[in-house]
Design a binder for this molecule. Structure first.
Ligand SMILES: NC(=O)c1ccc[n+]([C@@H]2O[C@H](COP(=O)([O-])OP(=O)(O)OC[C@H]3O[C@@H](n4cnc5c(N)ncnc54)[C@H](O)[C@@H]3O)[C@@H](O)[C@H]2O)c1
Length: 352
């Protein structure tokens, strides 16, 4: 089986966890598959995934081998494995709106000339482009979606920018005969999923939730980014997603984020749930959930890449709804978690 060839757009914390994960799970056996949702998916293992190109704008990453760039500042996700040289040198892509007010003090923009991204993608043999740009990089995300179209690569939009969920983009990928998935990757141990599951469990049992919130603090560049550019978008996506898990209206606030530098790439999520049950008796849940952010994307990204490869093999095109609903917070069509799981499994089984 040939390798699944991917290009990474943005060599930040998420890319670091992804590349480290490829090494960590490189030679899969039962013991070291712990932490993976699907050691095998449609006959593919993580070992079948190969990074063939990478793009960034930071001078500490551009021109470096990927194995070095993933550990360069301001990345701060933990090093869990040594990554030997990959032979993949990080290319300089155009900056566009890649830097926001909050992040301009932590990014050092390379003065090297931009490469021709379309030609570089074509020459690399990439089949799938993974968009791991900062969440506020709306213009750059759209620009890279155009590059994927031009180089006939499938596009995975892990960012909360609206691409796969926009009918106009989905139509363009469909016309070009290429798969598109997004938007905003779900986490493996996700605070939104945990929140929704708790609310569903309570409401299924007849509890009336009256108010609930979920607030996050983190120390990765992405948490800093959220301060000035994406707080509102993240809040809308997460709040809508959480509201959808309740069969009635309640006061919901989800997805407000703040930045605490010493947390490094850790993320603390605080949940508050208030409601009433039998005879109007009040209940409250006050919960803290701690994770490291970037590794939380790894297992889901491995599933997405392999599912998109399956879609490519079967010549599926446009927004691939089962993959979007399973792995993204804002899919073109929202489904309850169980339905999304089942639809994804059916898609993989029927197409591999
Ligand atoms: N668990 C997770 O980490 C998770 C979950 C869901 C979604 N996401 C999304 O994934 C994306 C990446 O997250 P991250 O934590 O790796 O962010 P990050 O800030 O650590 O990495 C972003 C990288 O993009 C680079 N960059 C900026 N502008 C660029 C441009 N124009 N061209 C090329 N590179 C550019 C930066 O230098 C940096 O290396 C974010 O949009 C985030 O919302 C992450």
């Amino acid at each position: 089986m040939p390798k699944v060839k991917v290009a990474l757009i943005g060599v930040g914390n998420c890319a670091s966890a992804f590349v480290q994960g490829l090494r960590y799970y490189g030679k899969l056996n039962q013991e070291n598959s712990v932490g993976l949702r699907n050691p095998q998916l449609g006959g593919l293992s993580p070992n079948d995934i190969e990074v063939v190109a990478a793009f960034d704008v930071d001078e500490r990453k551009v021109g470096k081998d990927l194995s070095e760039a993933i550990f360069a500042e301001p990345n701060n996700t933990p090093k869990v494995v040594e990554v030997p040289p990959t032979g993949i040198v990080v290319n300089k892509g155009p900056l566009l709106d890649g830097v926001g007010k909050s992040t301009e003090s932590v990014l050092k923009i390379s003065t090297k000339p931009d490469v021709n991204v379309e030609n570089t993608l074509k020459a690399s043999g990439a089949e799938i482009v993974i968009n791991l740009l900062p969440s506020g990089a709306t213009q750059a995300s759209g620009w890279y979606a155009e590059q994927a179209l031009a180089s006939e690569c499938a596009f995975v939009n892990a960012t909360p920018n609206f691409i796969a969920s926009e009918a106009a983009w989905a139509k363009r990928f469909e016309e070009r005969g290429i798969p598109l998935v997004g938007d905003d990757l779900v986490d493996q141990a996700g605070s939104t999923a945990l929140h929704k599951t708790l609310l569903r469990l309570l409401s299924m049992n007849g509890v009336k939730i009256t108010e609930t919130y979920q607030l996050d603090v983190g120390g990765g560049t992405e948490s800093l980014e959220t301060l000035d550019r994406t707080r509102e978008t993240k809040r809308i996506i997460k709040t809508q997603s959480v509201e959808n898990s309740l069969p009635y209206k309640a006061e919901v606030v989800a997805g407000s984020t703040d930045y605490v530098d010493f947390l490094q790439n850790k993320r603390d999520s605080y949940f508050w749930i208030s409601g009433v049950y039998f005879c109007n008796t009040p209940l409250q849940i006050d919960l803290k959930f701690s994770t490291v952010d970037a590794p939380n994307a790894g297992s889901v990204l491995f599933d997405v890449v392999r599912a998109v490869k399956i879609a490519l093999n079967k010549k599926h095109k446009g927004a691939i709804l089962p993959v979007c609903a399973y792995a993204f917070k804002r899919p073109p069509q929202m489904m309850p978690i169980e339905t999304a799981e089942q639809t994804f499994k059916t898609f993989v089984t029927e197409n591999s």
